[in-house]
Design a protein around this ligand. Structure first.
Ligand code: ATP
Length: 236
């Protein structure tokens, strides 16, 4: 259902130019509460730029972002995070010399240390890393580091969690585990994920948006996207 109350975030003509390249071009996008949305498209389509505009890592050339009914276009990253937009990016944001606990604790704003410990334990339990809580993060396997990043994103208790290629570099069994995890997290958080692995997209996404040369060329549920001739030509 697409009522105003249901919409968590929308953009109006959001655009980003890099020295003449229209990386994101007049995108009108919306995502509903409790949705799992996949954002797909060829390399260089503008996916990372687009989600960076949502979380504020990049300033838009034009257009606006409305989140929870509030125009957040001029909000810096930290203010978007405190309003409920969490994200994890391709480039790892872990401090390797810190422990698993310390990395997750850093992602939490709370001053109350009991609450902090509870939240860290809760998210590490969810991602299956609780038994590694005191391990140096740099000593974790790559797959576990990706899970730690997810835990860091979850620890902010976001209303919208943006994940940029979360399954990249994971083994098949890690991907299976990840799919279950995302389904589980999605009961309390809206998820927007950039994903190249079509098996992941088709098994967890409620809806899919296809970006091509900075524009959304198709949007809909899996069947709609799979059968769309324009998408097939551009991407699938
Ligand atoms: P991929 O799937 O490879 O990660 P993408 O869909 O995320 O690609 P973007 O990384 O958003 O695509 O890039 C979109 C376009 O903008 C590309 O042409 C890219 O070269 C360009 N671009 C992205 N960031 C910058 C930047 N900081 N400066 C200049 N051009 C950039």
């Amino acid at each position: 259902m697409d009522t105003i109350d249901n919409i968590l975030l929308y953009t109006e003509n959001i655009s980003k130019n890099f020295q003449g390249i229209k990386a994101v071009n007049n995108v009108n996008f919306k995502i509903n509460k409790n949705e799992i949305r996949a954002l797909i498209g060829p390399n260089g389509a503008g996916k990372t730029t687009f989600v960076s505009l949502l979380c504020g890592r990049i300033k838009a050339s034009k257009g606006k972002v409305v989140f929870g009914g509030k125009d957040i276009s001029d909000f810096p990253v930290y203010k978007r995070i405190s309003n409920g937009i969490g994200y994890t990016f391709q480039i790892t944001s872990i401090f390797f010399n810190l422990t698993v606990y310390e990395n997750v604790a850093l992602a939490i704003k709370k001053d109350n240390s009991n609450e902090k410990i509870n939240t860290v334990s809760e998210v590490l339990t969810k991602v299956g890393l609780l038994d590694r809580i005191n391990q140096r993060s740099g000593d974790l396997s790559y797959g576990h580091q990706r899970l730690l990043e997810l835990a860091m994103g979850m620890a902010q208790k976001p209303k919208l969690l943006i994940l940029d290629e979360p399954t990249q570099g994971l083994s098949d069994s890690e991907i299976e585990n990840f799919k279950k995890l995302i389904k589980d997290i999605s009961s309390s958080t809206t998820i927007l994920l950039i994903e190249h692995n079509m098996d992941v997209v088709m098994s967890i996404a409620d809806n899919i948006s296809v970006l091509h040369f900075g524009e959304i060329i198709a949007e809909g549920d899996k069947k709609t996207i799979q059968n769309d001739p324009i998408v097939q030509k551009a991407y699938l």
